[in-house]
Ligand binder design. Structure first.
Ligand SMILES: *Cc1c(COP(=O)(O)O)cnc(C)c1O
Length: 374
């Protein structure tokens, strides 16, 4: 049973429509996406995320920088853009369940959109490797977690085989082309918001579906005659998980940025094509540089993203330090929200001891805190 079959048309509208202006990317970009019947649309109002100016970071790198804050999607990462399309197609095709391998955010998005669609969701994750906020989301939405004693790449191979052999179970990883279609809508939004494509797009790269999707979106925008140009694509991997930089797969990828802890990117060709065709680059940054960038974003711009999302900013700061930062308008994609991974913050900061509830103690603590900051 799925939503489309179990309810009559009027009721389905209540199930799938969101109010408050956000119609979701399937309705907004209907002409750019695979055909999906209205009754099958599974949306939580994803997309239309803020494009935020970053004055302090712009000054540091010497050119105009915007942040596309994808942490403002319904499950707090860009994965929602792809998942609305993948789950809508699954509902239209009467699939029984979906399955995915995940470092966390794919699982959180699949869990939420499956719950909405009324189909089962299985997520296969490397044991002990999923950030707290993401695990909590999967549990909250009632998806079934299978922890395997293996890395992400093993999880993906197993999920792929399950989908192939079982038939009515859809794989909703980004090797599913519907995911890429949905994710490319972020490029279209950017071109609309800026009035033209940015000169450079910067983003973290893990399995490389997103850089593939953005490039597809920019090419289609140009192909439709809305612009003569497309941005240079700058991808950044974490040093301990940088197969696209070193040219060899990593058997044991390791980085604090769990969302890009991937040793054998499934969309490797897409990433390399995007970089080659756009005149871009793929380089790596260290965990230290990633955490520094995350702290600058949160502390100076007021934008809290998860570690992986800060890899692009870390990369820009590195390029600026070497006098290699590109000129013109740069957009850095902040792929997921900082609340996804509270442990990273709690490792370097904690709540202070309580003080008496007196004015003296309050003022004393305020002075002490300001001294410590200097
Ligand atoms: C999935 C994800 C990435 C990596 O995207 P790919 O398409 O795998 O390259 C980066 N950051 C966050 C927060 C993610 O969830």
């Amino acid at each position: 049973m799925h939503v489309g079959q179990s309810l009559e048309k009027g009721a389905i509208y209540l199930v799938t429509r969101t109010s408050g202006g956000r119609q979701g990317v399937v309705r907004k970009y209907r002409d750019w996406l695979p055909g999906i019947p209205d009754w099958a649309i599974v949306t939580l109002g994803e997309g239309e995320t803020p494009l935020i100016e970053a004055p302090h970071l712009s000054e540091r790198i010497g050119t105009r920088l915007y942040l596309k804050f994808e942490g403002m999607n319904p499950t707090a990462s860009f994965k929602d853009r792809g998942m609305t399309v993948a789950l809508s197609v699954a509902v239209a095709g009467a699939s029984r369940a979906c399955i995915c391998a995940s470092t966390g955010n794919t699982a959180a998005a699949a869990a939420a959109y499956s719950a909405r669609a009324g189909i089962s969701c299985f997520v296969v994750v490397p044991a002990g490797k999923i950030a707290l906020g993401k695990a909590v989301q999967v549990l909250a939405h009632g998806a079934k977690i299978i922890q395997i004693q293996g890395n992400f790449d093993a999880a993906l191979k197993l999920s792929q085989k399950a989908a192939e052999d079982l038939g009515d179970v859809v794989l909703v990883n980004s090797v599913n082309p519907d995911r890429i279609e949905g994710q490319k809508t972020a490029s279209l939004e950017l071109c609309e918001a800026l009035g033209r494509p940015p000169d450079t797009l910067v983003l973290p790269v893990g399995n490389a579906g997103n850089i593939t999707a953005y490039w597809k979106g920019f090419k289609e925008w140009r192909g439709a005659g809305f612009a003569d140009t497309a941005p240079r694509m700058f991808g950044f991997q974490a040093e301990g998980a940088s197969p696209l930089v070193t040219g060899r797969d990593f058997e044991h990828p390791e980085t604090v940025a769990s969302a890009i802890r991937i040793g054998a990117p499934a969309s490797k060709e897409g990433a390399l094509t995007a970089v080659r065709e756009s005149g871009g680059l793929i380089e790596s940054v260290t965990d230290e540089e990633i955490l520094h960038a995350q702290a600058l974003l949160a502390g100076e711009e007021g934008v809290f993203c998860e570690p992986a999302s800060a890899a692009g900013i870390a990369g820009l700061l590195k390029l600026a330090g070497e006098d290699r930062c590109p000129e013109g308008t740069i957009v850095s994609v902040l792929t997921g929200h900082g609340l996804k991974d509270p442990d990273v913050i709690l490792k370097r900061a904690s709540l202070p001891e309580p003080v008496p509830a007196t004015f003296e103690a309050l003022v004393g603590s305020m002075e002490k805190a300001e001294r410590a900051e200097r």
